[in-house]
Design a protein around this ligand. Structure first.
Ligand code: BG6
Length: 466
């Protein structure tokens, strides 16, 4: 059966500055949190590959843009590294700006829209040392960074995004203890989440001011990108299971949806945190008005896996921290064993319908979806092409559910594949490859198409697939 997507539905690629650019110490680039962590503890990174090289896009950008164009992609999301654009005084670093001008010009000349995201987990080291997102002054420093970037590139970048996955740093660094500094402290995590929220809202406000002053392209848009995951629980749940679903959804999903669609934070979540758990979120006078200005023009929705939860064993842990939920293992789950993530294409539909219900006026697009696989060399044929049928199946199945969500009224405008060109994946480094394009680490970061590249090329050309 042929499945058709709307004619104006767009395809594109998602990547990020810190995972692709490399050239970490040229042109006045400052050190980031990732450079710091790599230096402190290289053994935390797969095969001891730290943050330094990315996929060498700094040198390959012209070839990369042409590859994206050849796949019939209309757009490319990357992020501007704060560490490359500004110096330590918060002023423009001309050499860093010059590289971004080249990248953006090249995309524009090739008819590829740049979707410019302003933060992808990459705090400058000197600001991290001042407390990072725990420090409200860093929030202002971020707003300054965004303003300078928009002033510099506002005439050539139409689509801006404040954050990629703002939930990830609070959780990975301060709640689950997975990323340096490995803390498990809900109070810190929720306050970092709050500060990032204020940072987002201030950035939107800067965008609106510049837009009003005629400093941006005609039709410019501002958005936020987040990893949304529909939470599910077991069959015949108890009321405690349902409460675990509600709070998981509240903290991960509704928190951001309410800010970007309605300019407020979810009251039930604030009540739970501040009244039931007695945890202070440090707010300043005037914050409510700042949050009211956080509404965006559209939303990027990253989807990889569902969240399955059930009631926690107790309300608080041994350190007095609230327990929100504990994982529920669905007996029928199908796993991507390399990443440890469940593959559940219907989840992309379920959350699309949730956006439709809860934020009816907010258009969105799938801003990340993809499959990372370890040991892809094992799938290489005699011509050196990776036969990645698993990736074709993964994307196809998700696109089918996206098409259904559009049929059922979701305002989903397009699809960006994550890691269209293999890139560096944080602590996993180059363990799992996501790309339609392979990056040959042993051959000067050469690019080579995988089987999936010709498949997606056809899909993006015709907006249809079998
Ligand atoms: C998303 C991030 O969560 O998932 C990307 O925005 C990340 O930065 C991608 O690379 C895939 O996850 P991972 O950990 O396998 O790289």
């Amino acid at each position: 059966m042929t499945i058709k997507l709307p004619e104006d539905f767009f395809f594109g690629a998602a990547m990020s500055g810190p995972q692709t650019e490399g050239s970490y110490n040229v042109g006045g680039r400052l050190r980031s949190y990732w450079d710091m962590w790599s230096d402190k503890e290289i053994s935390a990174f797969h095969n001891r590959v730290g943050s330094y090289v990315g996929n060498d896009m700094y040198h390959h950008y012209e070839e990369d843009i042409k590859l994206l164009k050849s796949m019939n992609f209309k757009s490319f999301r990357t992020s501007m590294q704060w560490t490359r654009l500004l110096d330590k005084n918060g002023k423009l670093n001309q050499e860093g700006a010059a590289w971004y001008h080249k990248l953006i010009d090249c995309a524009n000349e090739n008819g590829i829209d740049i979707y410019m995201n302003m933060y992808h987990f990459d705090m400058p080291e000197y600001l991290y040392e001042r407390g990072g997102w725990e420090n409200r002054e860093v929030v202002d420093a971020y707003a300054n960074f965004v303003r300078i970037a928009m002033e510099e590139f506002g005439q050539k970048v139409k689509y801006w995004f404040t954050f990629n996955e703002p939930i990830v740093e609070p959780e990975q660094q301060y709640l689950h203890g997975v990323w340096y500094p490995y803390e498990k402290n809900f109070k810190k995590s929720i306050n970092v989440q709050y500060h990032i929220t204020i940072a987002h809202c201030l950035a939107v406000n800067n965008f609106r001011k510049l837009e009003k002053a005629g400093k941006l392209c005609k039709g410019a848009k501002i958005g936020m990108i987040n990893c949304f995951s529909p939470p599910y629980t077991k069959e015949n749940p108890s009321s405690a299971d349902l409460e675990a679903v509600k709070m998981t959804d509240g903290l991960h999903n509704r928190w951001w949806l309410e800010v970007v669609a309605h300019g407020r934070l979810p009251q039930d979540v604030l009540d739970k945190v501040q009244n039931d758990w007695n945890i202070e979120i440090v707010m300043q006078p005037g914050d409510q008005a700042i949050i009211a200005a956080g509404k965006v023009d559209w939303l990027g929705y990253n989807y990889y896996q569902p969240t399955r939860v059930q009631a926690p064993d107790s309300e608080f842990d041994e350190n007095g921290m609230p327990c929100i939920a504990k994982p529920y293992i669905w007996p029928d789950r199908k796993m991507n064993v390399y990443r440890g993530w469940e593959i559940y294409p219907k989840g992309i539909y379920d959350f699309g319908m949730k956006i439709k219900e809860e934020c009816p006026d907010l258009p969105f697009f799938i801003s990340e979806n993809g499959m990372g696989v370890e040991g892809e060399e094992g799938y290489m044929d005699e011509n050196g092409t990776i036969q990645d049928d698993y990736r074709i199946e993964f994307v196809r199945d998700h696109l089918e559910w996206i098409a259904k969500s559009i049929d059922d009224g979701a305002n989903c405008l397009g699809y960006h594949y994550w890691g269209a060109i293999d890139n560096w994946s944080w602590a996993n480094a180059f363990k799992n490859r996501y790309g339609f394009i392979r990056v040959c680490l042993d051959k000067n970061y050469d690019r080579k198409e995988k089987k999936s590249a010709s498949w997606i090329r056809e899909v993006a050309k015709t907006n249809s697939f079998e």
